[in-house]
Design a protein around this ligand. Structure first.
Ligand SMILES: [Zn+2]
Length: 512
């Protein structure tokens, strides 16, 4: 073990707007983000910075580039100084976060972990969820039909995988000659043969491919991971077992999967530790950072490790990532089984939304009177110019005022965009959609951690999670049973959740 370690990679996004005098410079933002990254065990691989000079446009080329680069999955965190660097408003933020999320990337703020109180985080997560929900619903009618087909094992358009043809009823039908090739490939890989060797043989034996092209290891790799050969038909999120005649038996399929996974495991990829930036050691208070170590056979083991322990002044043992994440997430999901808790959260978020809407309604009025004053000053200078009074100072002042006018006009236009409203039903749906689900669902884990967990302290035998709806004193106790232990009868077992979900009290929520 510990032969090689991988870190969680992140990028920094910084933005400077020249019209706000109090704005931190790009350099200042980057250096604070870098310090945060160092402290929290993140490795910075790239810095994106937009210098927002004109004030009349929100085009952010570096931001767009960052979104594009996220698709390549090279890093898993965007680190930004404060919430307002990332997006202009909560709605934009939610939309961008949703785009990033599709590529397994999340946003971490170096400066404030709570933008405007805990409900802010929840509202943003729910908006993010609704962006996802509504974009998914756009194509719903089409999808519904396709899903019905998928469940019945009827192929939806597209080409049939090698080994199958479309039968008269639209279902998969085995092409025996091709199926024999598939079986041979699977059984040779299961026997430990190298893909390149098999490809060579296929070529020398002149086995035709479907499209008349050449066999490649990539073709084989795609085939070996396609569940259709084990009888599973997959369409989007719909996965239907035994809906396709199978070509490969279970034992062979599992063996091949094991081989492919062990090959995959040796590749270095950025790890995503959900608790980065939120988790501290219970013994010494230092952050716990994610580390992945690779064993001799390429198997990866991920841990949260106390920085103090790594610097040899703390006794805290490393915690297996799965153990910590599973225990905490399942504990929080348990809470959402309680209808009263869900309804209370939904009410708070609706309340928050109302306040937000109120804020945006009053904003334009203040801006409009500011704009009127600026226009009046411009008029004054213009008449001075007409009377021939022109000094370099007047000229400079005029340019300044015109810039200010542009900024205010933009700000008014922005403030007038109605705040998107989320209905209470949607909030309830969002909070309860994981009910009875497994904590192994990566998306559920991420959403739960991002939206509900404020911070976490970890001891060797238990952890304390501070939820976004509870102060430090009411932290939730999470027993950390050893992986193979019985897990029952822990002294940390908590029976009642209500006390953690009492009235929101933000006074004692510590900002990280
Ligand atoms: Zn420690």
């Amino acid at each position: 073990m510990n032969e090689r370690e991988t870190y969680q990679d992140c990028v920094i996004y910084a933005r400077y707007s020249s019209h706000n005098q109090r704005d931190a410079s790009i350099e200042q933002q980057v250096s604070e983000c870098e310090a945060f990254a160092r402290y929290n065990g993140l490795r910075v691989v790239k810095v994106y910075a937009d210098r927002h000079l004109s004030g009349t446009t929100d085009q952010r080329p570096q931001f767009q580039q960052m979104l594009k680069d996220a698709e390549r999955g090279k890093w898993s965190v965007v680190l930004t100084w404060k919430v307002d660097r990332f997006a202009r408003n909560r709605y934009d933020s939610a939309t961008y976060k949703y785009r990033l999320k599709k590529h397994g990337v999340r946003v971490v703020y170096a400066k404030e972990s709570i933008p405007d109180g805990p409900e802010g985080i929840l509202l943003e997560s729910i908006l993010e969820g609704s962006a996802e929900y509504y974009s998914a619903n756009l194509a719903q009618n089409v999808k519904r039909g396709l899903r019905f087909n998928a469940e019945a094992g009827i192929a939806n358009g597209g080409h049939m995988p090698y080994g199958f043809r479309r039968g008269a009823d639209g279902r998969h039908e085995i092409v025996e000659s091709e199926a024999a090739v598939v079986r041979e490939i699977f059984s040779r890989v299961a026997g430990g043969e190298k893909l390149s060797r098999i490809v060579e043989d296929l070529i020398t034996q002149c086995v035709p491919t479907r499209a008349g092209g050449k066999w490649r290891t990539g073709t084989l790799r795609a085939m070996l991971s396609n569940e259709v050969y084990a009888g599973v038909y997959r369409f989007g999120e719909t996965r239907t077992e035994d809906s396709v005649p199978r070509i490969v038996d279970d034992a062979t399929w599992e063996e091949v999967k094991r081989h492919m996974d062990s090959v995959k495991g040796t590749r270095v990829r950025s790890e995503n530790y959900l608790f980065t930036g939120k988790v501290r050691c219970g013994l010494c208070g230092e952050p716990m950072v994610g580390r992945t170590a690779h064993g001799r056979k390429g198997t990866a083991y991920s841990y949260y490790c106390c920085r103090g322990h790594r610097q040899k002044f703390c006794e805290k043992k490393d915690v297996r990532r799965e153990l910590l994440e599973d225990s905490v997430v399942s504990r929080v999901l348990e809470a959402l089984d309680d209808a009263a808790v869900v309804s209370w959260i939904a009410d708070s978020v609706m309340e928050m939304q109302k306040r937000e809407a109120e804020k945006s309604r009053t904003a334009p009025d203040a801006l409009r009177s500011e704009l009127a004053a600026v226009k009046k000053s411009i008029k004054g200078i213009m008449s001075a110019i007409e009377q021939g009074i022109v000094t370099p100072t007047t000229k400079g002042r005029l340019l300044e005022l015109e810039g200010e006018q542009g900024r205010l006009e933009n700000a008014i236009a922005e403030a007038e965009i109605p705040a998107p409203a989320v209905e209470r039903d949607f909030i309830v749906y969002w909070l309860t959609r994981f009910r009875g689900g497994s904590v192994g669902d990566a998306e559920a884990r991420r959403d739960v951690v991002e939206s509900l967990i404020h911070s976490l302290r970890v001891w060797d035998d238990h952890a304390e999670a501070v939820l976004n709806y509870a102060g430090e004193e009411k932290a939730v106790n999470v027993p950390l049973a050893p992986v193979d232990g019985d897990g029952g009868g822990s002294p940390y077992e908590q029976s009642s959740w209500e006390r953690f979900y009492c009235k929101p009290d933000h006074s004692n929520v510590t900002r990280l």
